[in-house]
Design a protein. Structure first.
Length: 92
């Protein structure tokens, strides 16, 4: 599913124009991204949590050459589904 598919579903369910639905969807996604950029957790009831995690520097290995390389510290976003969402997916 792509963003345009989500926008089409908003059009069908709310009866708004395609442009309005795309704008609404983009506003929601921008809001989520802004909070994650600040390092905040985004909790959506009945769906799940988007959490920013810090990964430490570590040593890795190039699988092709076997050469040891350093992996820099970085932030990653993880998604943890809610119990309601897990139950819905497993029952489907």
């Amino acid at each position: 599913m792509r963003k345009s598919d989500l926008a089409d579903q908003v059009v069908e369910k709310l009866g708004v124009s395609k442009k309005e639905s795309t704008d609404i969807l983009q506003l929601v996604l921008d809001s989520i991204r802004e909070e994650l950029e600040k390092g905040e957790t985004v909790k959506i009831a009945g769906f799940g949590n988007f959490v920013v995690r810090e990964k430490k520097a570590r040593k890795g290995r190039n699988p092709k050459t076997g050469e040891e390389i350093g992996i820099t510290p970085r932030s990653v976003v993880t998604f943890r589904p809610s119990q309601v969402f897990k139950k819905f997916v497993n029952d489907a």
